[in-house]
Design a protein around this ligand. Sequence first.
Ligand SMILES: Cc1cc2nc3c(=O)[nH]c(=O)nc-3n(C[C@H](O)[C@H](O)[C@H](O)COP(=O)(O)O)c2cc1C
Length: 190
Amino acid sequence: VIELMILVTSSRPGRAGPSLAQWVEPLARAHGEFRVNLVDLAELNLPFMDEPNHPMKKDYQHEHTKAWSRMVEASDAFLVVAAEYNFGFTAVFKNAIDYLYQEWKNKPVAFVGYGGVAGGTRSIQMMKSVLTSLDMMPVNDAVYLPFFRNQLDAAGQFVPTEEQNKAAAKMLKSLARWAVTLRPLRSPGA
Ligand SMILES: Cc1cc2nc3c(=O)[nH]c(=O)nc-3n(C[C@H](O)[C@H](O)[C@H](O)COP(=O)(O)O)c2cc1C
């Protein structure tokens, strides 16, 4: 079984991030290989990075960091629901990443981007350059949702197209393959 963490990366009241996570979460569960843990960074509510030591040392002082460390440590793969703010990722996302170091290493990450014309592309590109510095493996098969707002129903739920469901399935397949492939790199002594 692959422990998958789905991350919601926006935190403002009324945000759309959770609706999009609610679309991919059942797809990830239906895939069969994943055990899914949905983490909403708004609920996680980490303060601005307040650890005195470089996370590389894993010498954490705060309970919120230790809890976050355990959650990420226990994950084999990540699916980031990527909001795009001012042509980049959200500050909340970067903050959550910066808290830890070893916990991210040699794990694959896939993306569902959403936004206006670019569908979250610029946010995801920026994430890739940061996440590879942590030895994470971004999978190329992503889902981009341009003008996603047109696909929200009256209740705010995302109504996908057939193509979007197919793209999500392809992404999940690729993510699962990378999770299995990278596992030996994380074994003790590797
Ligand atoms: C501060 C801010 C900056 C934004 N900048 C972008 C942007 O650069 N590109 C884009 O496609 N949409 C942008 N948008 C629109 C967002 O795509 C849209 O508001 C989306 O719902 C944001 O995700 P959220 O609802 O989960 O917060 C921005 C929205 C906010 C609030």
